[in-house]
Write a new protein. Structure first.
Length: 671
């Protein structure tokens, strides 16, 4: 029976094979194992590696291990401290280590450390903490993040197919380079800049690259030729199509006049109005209407206040209209007689207009012969007020934008709506250059779709010959990089996985930039962020990127009496939001009559109501760490109080701000 138990113990705990198990005790939810090392086994000195078994002393170590049968496992191990018998070694004594069971300064077995590290990598801190508690191997989110940060980076072997692209750390000023294995889509390395010499040096230090997928930039092409001359370069097809779309966009902008539909002939000509002898300006009609309305209402017996309320005008404005006998008194000298280059020629314009000559183009030409130096738009805008379109005339339609037309030309016709196809067809019918360019674009797209570059030389020749379509510059660029373009069109390799990694970098940079840079102080604390290398993720991002706000916490500290009333708790013992009775940690309703014990939508004396950066929907009572009047020199600063003020029926909670250092007393319960 004893032999079977020992065999079962070795099966369940194989890492205890190098020690003597003395006792196994089950205590509720804990399985305690007492063991010791054998006195006949030698251990090596960590410095000189010389074996020794001469005992100096002994002590107990307590190690946490993986759960068994729903019970937490604690190993109490008695180990020896041995003498180092090497006279040339600086170490006199050392503690023995058991392979597979102990590590220096470790309080967990390597098996449990590996399990928690895998949980941290997969779920980060907050979600990992909840999963570990169900194992059960309770551990804090901070410990999980520390384990994740302590993991060594996997060794990156030189890839056979390398993808390279740039990313901006500060757009327009500073750029870096990301290298990705195109076969496994795993990132390989980050370079400090995007210079060809830096990329060539990396390729020289990492021989073995056979294929390099890159964009159309010349720096990476030069670096690849210098650092890996035997490697084959592949131009990314997305960048090829993007360059073609940019060339089409330039062409569309040059022919933007063709985008507007010709105005249809009106069924009836616009009504021609006679120009007035004295034009009072564009706002005179509104003044006349207001003057008439004010005098009508005053004639009905309404007061100035009632008229102002009825017409939605100020009382001073109504008084000004009431004092004026005629509306011309208000309009005179306000909008008319403003200086204009057209003033000397207005009598001539009025005379010609009354004679029936209403063409702004012809009238502008006649004025130019008389010495007028203004533009055509001045004459057109002045004459526009004398025209009136017939009732029910549709307003002129807005032409499609340059980017939209470029998208129509570069899009698969099968994926366009019937309306867009009709609009594009009408534009191409009005512009032969765009119609010819559309044919070239679709033939290039056909080559990309069938992954064949056999027709590429013919396409380049046609694009360079037809100068009117505006694709000669794009075709010349293809000639300078012809081998890489041919491989990009005819092989499956591209830079799609590299662009995905660039997107990841942008996402992380945006999250880092969005974090507020503030710090909070108290007695017991742990800090964000820890010192990390360039290749590791920020631990707060490890949590927030995967789980968002799932880990928001609620303080559940034991009540500590403070001064009762709306002034809040004592500043010496603040650990959470004040309760309705001036106590700490109590969760009270946040209604209009009180928020966290504070009457009304206000804060205690000395606090300010603010909107926190991490939750725009909340209001925060905030007190800075400023010296109080009765504070003696050398005492700790006043802690800050964070208190959510919600609408009626919600719960007051104290949320730990995401950045920097957070400190608290009492227990933290995750919701």
């Amino acid at each position: 029976m004893l032999g079977q138990c020992e065999e079962l113990l070795k099966t369940v705990f194989p890492h205890l094979g190098g020690v003597l198990v003395e006792q196994v005790v089950a205590e509720g939810g804990l399985l305690r194992i007492m063991a010791s090392t054998a006195s006949t086994i030698s251990a090596s000195c960590p410095d000189c590696k010389i074996l020794s078994r001469r005992r100096h002393s002994g002590y107990e170590r307590r190690l946490a291990d993986g759960a068994v049968g729903g019970r937490r496992v604690s190993i109490t191990l008695t180990v020896r401290r041995l003498f180092c018998d090497n006279p040339g070694c600086a170490r006199v004594t050392f503690a023995e280590q058991v392979d597979g069971l102990t590590v220096r300064y470790g309080r967990r077995t390597p098996q449990l450390t590996g399990l928690l590290g895998a949980i941290a990598v997969a779920l980060a801190g907050r979600a990992g903490e909840r999963l570990a508690a169900r194992r059960p191997v309770p551990v804090s989110d901070t410990t999980l993040l520390s384990l994740a940060m302590a993991l060594s980076d996997p060794y990156g072997q030189t890839p056979r197919v390398l993808g390279v692209d740039e990313f901006a750390t500060r757009k327009g000023h500073k750029y870096g380079t990301v290298l990705v294995d195109c076969e496994t889509h795993a990132p390989i390395d980050l370079l400090a800049d995007r210079e060809s010499a830096t990329f060539a040096a990396w390729l020289t230090d990492h021989p073995g690259v056979e294929i390099i997928c890159r964009d159309r930039g010349g720096a990476f092409a030069d670096g690849a030729r210098a650092g890996a001359p035997d490697a084959v370069q592949v131009a990314d097809v997305w960048h090829l199509w993007h360059n073609l779309a940019e060339a089409v966009k330039v062409l569309v902008s040059k022919h933007s006049s063709c985008l507007r539909e010709p105005a249809p002939a009106p069924e009836s000509p616009p009504e021609v109005l006679r120009p007035p002898l004295s034009h009072a300006g564009r706002l005179a009609e509104r003044v006349q209407q207001h003057h008439t309305a004010v005098h009508d209402l005053l004639g009905q017996g309404l007061t100035i206040r009632a008229v102002a309320r009825r017409l939605e005008l100020s009382r001073n404005t109504v008084r000004r209209y009431a004092r004026a006998v005629t509306w011309e008194e208000l309009a005179t000298g306000r909008w008319q007689n403003l200086p204009s280059t057209l003033d000397p020629h207005k009598p001539y314009l009025h005379r010609r207009w009354n004679e029936g000559h209403t063409s702004a183009v012809k009238l502008h030409a006649e004025l130019r012969e008389q010495g007028f130096t203004g533009s055509y738009s001045v004459v057109r805008d002045y004459l526009r007020r004398f025209r009136r379109l017939p009732d029910g005339a549709p307003p002129p339609t807005r032409p499609p934008g340059i980017r939209k037309v470029t998208g129509w030309i570069t899009r698969n016709p099968d994926r366009m709506s019937d309306d867009d196809q009709q609009k594009l067809k009408a534009i191409l019918a009005r512009c032969p250059e765009l119609e010819a360019a559309t044919g070239h674009v679709r033939s290039f797209a056909a080559m990309m779709a069938i992954r064949s570059a056999s027709r590429l030389p013919e396409w380049i020749t046609a694009a360079r010959t037809d100068t009117a379509i505006g694709l000669r510059g794009f075709a010349d660029g293809l000639l300078t990089d012809l081998d890489a373009v041919i491989l990009g069109l005819s092989t499956e390799w591209n830079s799609g996985c590299v662009e995905g990694r660039v997107t990841d970098i942008k996402f992380q940079s945006a999250r880092w930039a969005a974090e507020p840079d503030s710090h909070y102080s108290a007695s017991a604390s742990f800090s964000w962020p820890p010192t990390v290398g360039n290749t590791k993720s920020h631990p707060r991002q490890l949590t927030d990127r995967l789980h968002g706000n799932l880990g928001r916490a609620t303080f559940q500290a034991s009540p500590t009496p403070g001064p009762a009333g709306p002034s809040g708790p004592s500043v010496d013992t603040v650990t959470g939001p004040p309760g309705p009775q001036g106590e700490l940690g109590e969760q009270g309703p946040c209604g209009d009559s009180g928020a966290c014990g504070v009457p009304g939508p206000a804060c205690p004396a000395g606090y300010r109501l603010q909107v926190p950066a991490w939750d725009p929907d909340a209001l925060v009572c905030r007190k800075d760490s400023a010296p109080s009047p009765d504070r003696s020199p050398g005492t700790a600063p006043t802690p800050r109080l964070w208190c959510w003020i919600r609408s009626a029926g919600s719960t007051c909670r104290s949320t730990v701000p995401p950045p920097a250092t957070r400190e608290f007393q009492g227990s933290l319960q995750h919701k």
